[in-house]
Design a protein around this ligand. Sequence first.
Ligand code: NAD
Length: 293
Amino acid sequence: MSEFVRSAVVTGASTGIGRACVEKFVAEGWQVFAGVRKAEDGERLKAEIGEAVIPLIFDVTDGEAVARAGEYVREALMGSTLGALVNNAGIAVAGPLLHLPVEEMEKQMDVNVTGQLRAVQAFAPLLGADRELSGPPGRIVNISSVAGFSANPLLTPYSCSKFAMEAFTQGLRRELIMYGIDVVAINPGPIATPIWDKAEAMDAEQYAGTDYIGAIRRILGYMLERGRSGMPASKVADAVWTAITAKRPKLNTVITPEPFTQFLLGALPGRMSDRLITKRLGLTPEALAKTAK
Ligand code: NAD
């Protein structure tokens, strides 16, 4: 018998929310197969969190590597089911749709959407869709976002991926009900993680000379500021833990330091939200008229 309560796979475990989930699961006595892209990140997690961490090296865009990781976990579980899959790996692509290089949208969707599909195909059999395995079925928790309900201009590629994640979650849940595998989403607002610093690395100046450059600089500033003042990743990990262990988990759990803004965005008529958001970013006809042609 394993010394662990159960086992989970967490994708994108090297930093931020993924890492916080690994810490939480291990603290609760679980073994965690931690998906990372670099071997040294896996070793670091193991050294810092403990022997219950088993690194799995894969990029979610590499189907063969993800499938190999699935086989590795199957062997390690020796005929038992996996307790949970946390689909967390993700990137945030920003840029105005009129000028965004198409490859950037493809990359966004490949990592945040198709990447989750690859992970589901590799690990969902182990959650109990493979009926040869013994043990209770596991659950899937998808780390979506509040951006899965409302799209901010210039962050539309990211929102596209998270809206898609909502459909993916709902459809997958309905496809896996027959196996007793539940599928839910967590929808964080701003959380203090390195994803925001990566936004700083984005080359906003590629949009210099377009009508969007001022708004892009502004939105990158907001992203950095909101990210740094965001909630700790451990709050999301706590919500993931509840989603895994509650008898009847919520289908969507929103975690945000800005619940009122979130409520307003959902409650206001769409055109009124459009006006508020575009005014804040300087994306109105009046603002455009003040700039040179
Ligand atoms: P992060 O940058 O710290 O973590 C992202 C993780 O995904 C990293 O471990 C990274 O290595 C991994 N990753 C990126 N591309 C990958 C790929 N191709 N293959 C495998 N792994 C890959 O940021 P985070 O904020 O912890 O993000 C985790 C998830 O939370 C993402 O899906 C993100 O969209 C979501 N989220 C974050 C926030 C926030 O404010 N930070 C809010 C809502 C949702």
